[in-house]
Write a protein that binds this ligand. Structure first.
Ligand code: AMP
Length: 434
C-alpha cells in the first residue's frame, strides 16, 4: 500500500514525498483510514512505530479540506497533549513537515520556560496546538486558549502521562473539551487506569494495536553483559572507544546516575551530555540538538527525558542500568531500529539487577542473548556468564574485540525466532528519580 492509496490531499502527499516516506507503516495503514472516516481511535502503540504521522496526517487532511469553509480562521482546531517537552517539540516538527504545503499553522507549548513567547504565538492564531498538560491547563486558566473551535483531540503516551502524575490535569482538560469532537487516544501499555481514562475520553471507537515487539524487538539486535557495578564505567568506555563515529544513547535509571556517567566519560576523554528533568530546558535542547546533528556522539538520558527522542542513525542503545519497569526496556531499545532500520541494544546487568532481567525476559518472552566475555569480568559475572552460556569458550578474543555486536549478530536468528509471541506481561516497580 502507498500513501496515495489512502486518498490523502495532494499537498500532504507532496510533503510525505519530500520526507522520503513511500509506504505507510502498519499503524499508519490501519489508523489513517479509520481517522479519515471521522471515527474515534484507541491506538495501542509506542513511539518508533510512526504513530505521530498516523494521527498527524489525517488531522492535517481534515483541516486542509475544511480550510475554504473556515477561511483560514486560525483558531485551535486540533489539540495534541503529550507528556514531555521533547516529545511535544518533535510532534510540532512533524506537523510542520507533513503540513508544509497546506498553509496550516501549529505551535507548541510546554512548561519550564517563560510563557510570553507561547502566548504571543497563540494570540497570532494557530490551527494545531501541541502541548504538555501542565502548561496547557495553566494557559487555559489564564484565558489564552479557547476550545470553541476544537474538532480533534489527541492524547499521546497516556500511560507515561499517568506515570508522571498528570492524571488530575488530564481529567481537568478532558472535562473542558467540547462534546462534538474526534478523539484519539494513544498508549504503549493498557493497564486498568488507562482503560478507564480512555473510556472517559473516547466515544464509540475503533482500536489499533501494534505490539512493541513487532516494532522494535524483532529488528533490534540485543545483548547483555554481566558486569559488576564498579566495572560498568570501564565497560562503557571500552564499548564507546570502539565506536567513535557512532551515535550512542546511554540510559541511566536516575538523574544522579546520568551525571556520574558523563563525569566518568569525561575522565576518559569521551565527550557526552546528560539530559534529565534537573537540566534546564535550554541545556536539554542544546544537547539534543547537537546529538541529532551528529556533533555530539554520546547522549546520556533518563527514561522520561528520552521519551520521544527521535534520532536517525542511532547505532547503539546502551542500558547502563537495567530498568526496573520491564516495559521501559522495550521503549528504550525502540530508540534504535526505528522506521525499519536495524539497531543494536546492549545492556549491563550487575548482580542486583538480575531480577529486573528476569522480568524483562518474561515480558518479551525471549532470553536476551548473553554476550560472554569482556575485559572487565569479575568472578560473579564470569560465573553468571558461564552458567547461562555453557557452550561458550572462555576468554574468546574475537568476542572481546567485537564488543558485543558480533555476538549479537550470532544470536540474531535465535532472537528473531523466539520472540514472535511476546506481548502483554506487566511487572512494574516505580522509579523515584528519573
Ligand atoms: P514516531 O513513532 O512517530 O516517533 O516515528 C518514528 C520515526 O519513523 C520518525 O523518524 C518518523 O519520521 C519515521 N516515519 C514515520 N512514518 C514513516 C514512513 N511511513 N516511512 C518512513 N519513515 C517514517
Amino acid at each position: 500500500m502507498t500513501f496515495k492509496d489512502l486518498g490523502l490531499a495532494e499537498p500532504i502527499l507532496k510533503a510525505l514525498q519530500d520526507e522520503g516516506y513511500t509506504n505507510p507503516t502498519p499503524i499508519q495503514e490501519q489508523a489513517i483510514p479509520i481517522l479519515l472516516q471521522g471515527k474515534d481511535l484507541l491506538g495501542v502503540a509506542q513511539t518508533g512505530t510512526g504513530k505521530t504521522a498516523a494521527f498527524g496526517i489525517p488531522i492535517l487532511h481534515h483541516l486542509y479540506e475544511g480550510i475554504s469553509l473556515r477561511q483560514h480562521s486560525r483558531k485551535v482546531k486540533a489539540l495534541v497533549v503529550t507528556p514531555t517537552r521533547e516529545l511535544a517539540i518533535q510532534i510540532g516538527e512533524s506537523f510542520t513537515a507533513y503540513g508544509k504545503h497546506t498553509g496550516l499553522r501549529n505551535t507548541v507549548i510546554f512548561g519550564g520556560v517563560k510563557q510570553s513567547k507561547q502566548v504571543n504565538a497563540l494570540k497570532a492564531g494557530v490551527d494545531i496546538l501541541v502541548a504538555t498538560p501542565g502548561r496547557l491547563l495553566d494557559l487555559m486558566n489564564q484565558g489564552f486558549i479557547s476550545f470553541r473551535d476544537l474538532d480533534f483531540v489527541v492524547l499521546d503516551e497516556a500511560d507515561q502521562m499517568l506515570d508522571m502524575g498528570f492524571i488530575h490535569d488530564i481529567k481537568k482538560i478532558i472535562a473542558k473539551l467540547p462534546p462534538k469532537r474526534q478523539s484519539l487516544f494513544f498508549s504503549a501499555t493498557m493497564p486498568k487506569s488507562i482503560v478507564e481514562l480512555s473510556r472517559k475520553m473516547l466515544g464509540e471507537f475503533e482500536q489499533v494495536t501494534i505490539k512493541p515487539e513487532q516494532a522494535t524487538a524483532e529488528k533490534v539486535e540485543q545483548g547483555i553483559y554481566f558486569v559488576s557495578k564498579a566495572n560498568k564505567p570501564k565497560l562503557l568506555v571500552h564499548l564507546l572507544e570502539q565506536r567513535p563515529n557512532d551515535s550512542v544513547l546511554v540510559f541511566s535509571r536516575t538523574k544522579h546516575g546520568a551525571n556520574k556517567i558523563v563525569k566518568k566519560l569525561e575522565q576518559a576523554d569521551i565527550r557526552s551530555a546528560a539530559i534529565h528533568g534537573n537540566k534546564s530546558q535550554a541545556a536539554r535542547q542544546k544537547a539534543l540538538g547537537a546529538f541529532k546533528e551528529g556533533k555530539l556522539k554520546v547522549l546520556v538520558a533518563t527514561d522520561i527525558a528520552a521519551r520521544g527522542i527521535d534520532v536517525e542513525d542511532l547505532a547503539l542503545v546502551v542500558n547502563y542500568d537495567l530498568p526496573n519497569v520491564s516495559e521501559t526496556y522495550v521503549h528504550r531499545i525502540g530508540r534504535t531500529g526505528r522506521a525499519n532500520a536495524s539497531g543494536i541494544a546492549l545492556s549491563f546487568c550487575m548482580a542486583e539487577e538480575r531480577p529486573y532481567l528476569r522480568d524483562i525476559e518474561k515480558l518479551i518472552k525471549q532470553q536476551v542473548p548473553r554476550l560472554g566475555e569482556h575485559p572487565f569480568m569479575d568472578e560473579a559475572s564470569e560465573q553468571e556468564t558461564a552458567v547461562r552460556r555453557p557452550s561458550q569458550k572462555p576468554r574468546n578474543n574475537q568476542s572481546r574485540n567485537n564488543s558485543g555486536s558480533g555476538n549479537a549478530n550470532r544470536n540474531k536468528n535465535r532472537t528473531r525466532n523466539t520472540n514472535r509471541n511476546s506481548g502483554g506481561g506487566n511487572s512494574r516497580r516505580r522509579d523515584s528519580d528519573s
